[in-house]
Design a protein around this ligand. Structure first.
Ligand code: ATP
Length: 339
């Protein structure tokens, strides 16, 4: 805890300049700011009013969960951001210049180049395996909580906030679950009132996240909480039709097989992240040579003013479907999904 107490000495407004709101989620608002002494940009996450949690506890978990694949915690914040009159508390974190995987998929209107898909799958598995090895559960693994640095390397965020349980947080949490679509990444067993989270929760979320990065789509775009709550425990999963279109990609079959094992209805049948890593490491190793070009191409598209125009032929009907329908169709070959 010594290192932690040094790190969590709150930093005040005097240390920052150029504070700018980046976005907000279920738990708080995120600002970009430049630290005057450190001379680099940071992200400051201010918790919403009523979110009653120990920042020190949160910082402790972020510190404990610190590795290359987890967003770096620089310290804590106490101050009044623009437009706010009373002092607020927050976390000072590494600024992830390329936003989240969610925003990447939205900008590209589809999946990124295949080598990058493979690297994202691998880096998320590395981060999650590390968190689980530190006995930290994420419980809100989804594309908006996988952040990207300048080179599109992935780091996990928001893994501590979901553990905290107070009535105030629960109402914010519910809001977050609804607004941020977290319920689409929740395993069937988690819809039961008496559910107590275990690691298999995160592994299911990883399976849905794999589907999202492979297809570049949001799962069940038109399904509300009630429909997902009804259908997922019955065995429905995201539609795999669009995935058939890219089946010639090396390693796709392995990733789809992993995805289906991760979202198995039975928690005990889902592989641990250590097992996921064996697959993702092997798949990524086949595409490591292509990662430089893939990142370059994605960055070029992101920097282009037309980057958010639709360029994909992925099945537009990416909706709920039955377990039978969700099996990849080996007889269809309609060419690559995108690009
Ligand atoms: P939810 O609360 O449902 O998880 P969310 O993940 O979008 O939703 P936040 O984590 O509060 O909510 O993030 C709000 C916005 O700030 C998002 O656009 C996210 O990409 C961005 N963001 C969060 N942390 C950072 C960071 N360290 N660096 C850069 N941008 C960040």
């Amino acid at each position: 805890m010594e290192l932690l107490s040094r790190k969590t000495e709150p930093v005040g407004d005097g240390s920052f300049e150029k504070l700018k709101l980046v976005g907000s989620g279920g738990f708080g608002r995120v600002y970009k700011a430049r630290h005057k002494d450190w001379c680099f940009d940071v992200a400051i996450k201010i918790l919403h009013d009523g979110v009653n949690m120990s920042l020190c506890d949160e910082a402790y978990h972020m510190d404990k969960g610190s590795c290359n694949f987890v967003v770096v915690l620089h310290g804590t914040y106490q101050g009044c951001p623009p437009g706010v009159t009373s002092p607020q508390q927050g976390l000072v974190m590494e600024f992830m210049a390329r936003g989240s995987v969610q925003s990447l998929l939205e900008h590209l209107s589809g999946p990124p180049q295949w080598p990058l898909v493979c690297r994202l799958a691998h880096q998320v598995a590395l981060g999650m395996n590390f968190l689980h090895s530190q006995t930290i559960m994420h419980q809100d693994l989804k594309p908006s909580n996988v952040l990207l640095n300048d080179d599109l390397n992935a780091r996990l965020a928001d893994f501590g906030l979901s553990r905290v349980s107070t009535s105030a947080l629960n109402s914010n949490r519910e809001k977050s679950v609804m607004i941020g679509g977290s319920y689409k990444y929740m395993p069937p067993e988690a819809f039961e009132v008496s559910y107590k989270p275990v690691r298999a929760f995160d592994i299911y979320s990883y399976g849905i996240l794999l589907w999202s990065i492979i297809t570049g789509k949001e799962p069940y775009p038109s399904a509300d909480y009630d429909l997902v709550n009804l259908k997922i425990p019955q065995g429905d999963r995201p539609c795999c039709k669009g995935i058939d279109l890219m089946r010639e990609r090396e390693g796709l079959k392995e990733l789809v097989d992993l995805m289906e094992r991760c979202w198995d209805g039975s928690p005990s049948k889902r592989p641990p992240f250590k097992g996921c890593l064996e697959v993702t490491e092997n798949v990524f190793s086949k595409h490591e040579n292509g990662i430089h070009d893939a990142v370059g191409q994605v960055l070029t598209r992101l920097n282009s003013p037309t980057s958010n125009q639709s360029n994909t032929s992925v099945a537009s009907s990416v909706l709920l479907q039955t377990p039978e329908q969700s099996k990849p169709n080996d007889t269809v070959d309609n060419g690559p999904l995108t690009q």
